[in-house]
Design a protein. Structure first.
Length: 402
């Protein structure tokens, strides 16, 4: 039985990429394809020019989770979506307007694409977006039947339109699309539009504000098809939100399992207060998400520094918990090493000579030695530090041995 069951298992990543390339070629795709196994992506060229990048992780997850009898139908839809680029975006703004939509994505998705382009030495037309809290972004996309195309600044310039104009049109279009609202319990909600724009409905502030909740409105965009809503004072709703975020972990097309709180007309990154029954669960979701985001960014920055021959260290964000303490995160600031620090709960100041290994709360370190920290133009945020604090500054920060 074990031998024959292998025939029904999904292909490995390399074989999956090969199958995708084969099916694209059979469908008449004129582009040349090169598989990058280390990053699990495909580079396309046409007539010697760059013609796109396909990131395969989400596609592969979707495929592997399908029953065997549903995979042929999935392949047909995936290939149609991959070839939708041929249709392009209309040159006339009025023609494009009806099909514009807002698309909420992780900010790291847009930043990783930008860094990828720099690493590959290709042009990257900037994709304008508006920030949603600290970790999400809303961009404008053109909605094709089988896929979407991000509207970049070059396209806006050709239309002679502003990002604000395009986003308002996109927001209004999404507002007019029917969406089911599932209520669980008294004041916990989940959107179920089934159109891959559920998380994007975060931008429909007035519609969300109409929902009755206990306290302030709290939202979580777990993935593109899962938007959860409850109130900041609804303990049962918050517990259910954490449970559903944990349940959906590892599913395709993830966004961010960190809650947002609606303050006025803006979403702000939020956690329940320390001491709340579910604070630890939300804090662990936050640290788990950010350690992965920073790890992916570190990999790209390390490669970029190697290419540019820059001798600087990109520090890791690490989560930890000591007995009797809450879960926390830290980054290491080492003496004599130019370092790009990630945003952490604590900084570990480390020196071999004289021997120092002390942990200090991020906010306290910022108060005392913030002038030594130069912010990078990057997301997730980092700060370049190439000067170690003096003895007096270390004393002023306090902290504890680590």
């Amino acid at each position: 039985m074990g031998f024959f069951s292998g025939f029904f298992q999904p292909p490995n990543q390399r074989r999956f990429a090969e199958l995708l390339i084969e099916r694209l070629q059979q469908a008449g795709d004129p582009r040349e394809a090169r598989f990058d196994e280390s990053e699990f992506r495909i580079f396309f060229t046409e007539d010697g020019k760059d013609a796109g990048i396909a990131y395969l992780s989400n596609l592969y997850k979707e495929y592997c989770q399908l029953p065997k009898d549903e995979r042929p139908k999935w392949w047909s839809a995936a290939i149609r979506g991959a070839l939708a680029y041929r249709k392009g975006i209309p040159d006339d703004y009025d023609d494009a307007k009806p099909d514009l939509r807002p698309a909420v994505r992780s900010r790291s998705h847009l930043e990783a694409t930008r860094l990828d382009a720099i690493l590959q030495g290709v042009d990257f037309p900037a994709v304008p977006y508006e920030a949603i809290g600290d970790h999400l972004a809303a961009a404008v996309v053109y909605d094709l039947p089988e896929s979407i195309a991000f509207v970049n600044q070059d396209q806006l310039d050709r239309w002679e339109a502003t990002f604000y104009e395009a986003m308002e049109t996109a927001r209004q279009n999404l507002l007019e699309v029917q969406c089911n609202l599932i209520s669980v319990g008294q004041r916990f909600y989940s959107l179920a539009g089934g159109d891959a724009y559920d998380a994007s409905r975060l931008v429909l502030i007035d519609r969300i504000r109409d929902l009755e909740v206990e306290g302030e409105h709290v939202a979580m965009a777990v993935n593109r098809n899962t938007l959860l809503l409850t109130g900041s004072e609804d303990n049962q709703g918050l517990s259910l939100m954490a449970t559903m975020a944990e349940k959906h972990a590892g599913e395709p097309r993830p966004l961010c399992p960190i809650p947002l709180r609606l303050v006025g007309d803006e979403w702000e990154t939020w956690l329940p207060p320390i001491g709340h029954a579910d604070y630890l669960r939300f804090k662990e979701l936050e640290i788990g998400y950010l350690t992965q985001e920073y790890a992916m960014q570190k990999q790209q920055l390390d490669a970029l520094h190697e290419k540019q021959k820059v001798d600087q260290f990109v520090a890791t964000l690490t989560g930890y918990k000591k007995p009797g303490e809450l879960v926390s995160s830290y980054a290491v600031w080492s003496n004599g090493v130019a370092t790009h620090l990630p945003k952490a709960d604590e900084i570990i100041f480390f020196s071999k000579a004289p021997p120092i290994k002390r942990r200090v709360a991020w906010a306290r370190a910022l108060d005392v030695v913030g002038h030594l920290m130069r912010p990078d133009d990057a997301y997730p945020p980092r700060w370049l530090v190439d000067e170690f604090p003096t003895d007096e500054q270390l004393t002023a920060m306090g902290g504890e041995p680590f």
